[in-house]
Design a protein around this ligand. Structure first.
Ligand code: HPA
Length: 245
């Protein structure tokens, strides 16, 4: 089963026709909202809005519960959509990132707490290569402006960064900056769930253009990105169907 983690607005494109709803509680608490099952071209997938009804800020999301809930419902692959600022990449581009630098703090990072033996996971390639390839193919089929790799810096938020912080991220090698990629990605890895990210560049990161970031423009781009997310998922599922026929 595929799990899709999206932002607000995504569901509008599904006509609200869910074919199932799971209001579950995990040992790590409740996910951001009930997980819904949808069917697109006869293929079912599970959907979770990361920010719930839009009120949960990035640092307050219960990432453990979100990932564990998907796991308990049999999800083996996660496609996660994220709005990001562009450091070396232009607004309007879809990026399928290949690397992460984590700048977050005080977010529970693991399921392996209070266990008898410390467990480490291999994380040199944080995103699943096969899923990234398929997402890229879906974007190319749709003729979207897509970049096949990029380093995703994850900051704490919920405020945007200062210009100096973005200079630092750029020096570190970050191409895009978002607030929700970690610990979501490493928690999925801990449970052996394949995970890839669809990053939508919705604004130039702080200081990049020399002008301040327009929150209104950013919000408009986020709305547009929900539509692109939907199109990419639909194309991804269609391509899967063609492969499996
Ligand atoms: N910084 C961090 N997260 C973001 C941004 C940004 O500029 N835009 C959208 N999400």
């Amino acid at each position: 089963m595929i799990g899709f983690i999206g932002g607000s607005g995504f569901e509008n494109f599904l006509d609200g026709k869910s074919v199932g709803k799971f209001d579950i509680t995990t040992e790590w608490g409740k996910p951001s909202q009930a997980i819904k099952k949808f069917s697109l071209d006869n293929q079912e997938f599970l959907f979770l809005q990361r920010h719930g009804d839009g009120k949960i800020p990035p640092h307050k999301i219960n990432y453990q519960a979100n990932i564990k809930a998907f796991h308990d419902l049999g999800v083996k692959k996660i496609l996660a959509s994220a709005a990001v600022g562009g450091i070396t990449i232009e607004t309007g581009t879809v990026v399928i990132p290949d690397q992460i630098i984590d700048y977050t703090y005080n977010r529970p990072q693991t399921f392996f707490e209070n266990v008898k033996i410390v467990k480490h996971i291999e994380f040199s390639q944080p995103y699943n290569h096969g899923l990234r390839f398929k997402l890229l193919k879906a974007c190319e089929d749709l003729k979207l402006n897509v970049k096949n790799k990029g380093v995703h810096g994850i900051t704490q938020g919920p405020r945007l960064e200062t210009s100096a912080e973005i200079r630092r991220l750029k020096n570190d090698g970050c191409d895009i900056v978002g607030m929700t990629g970690m610990p979501e990605t490493c928690l999925a890895a801990e449970l052996d769930i394949e995970y890839a990210c669809i990053a939508h560049v919705v604004n130039p990161a702080a200081g990049i253009t020399g002008e301040s970031i327009s929150i209104k423009c950013m919000e408009n781009e986020i709305k547009q990105s929900a539509h692109n997310s939907f199109k990419i998922l639909a194309q991804f599922l269609l391509n899967e169907q063609l492969i499996n026929r």
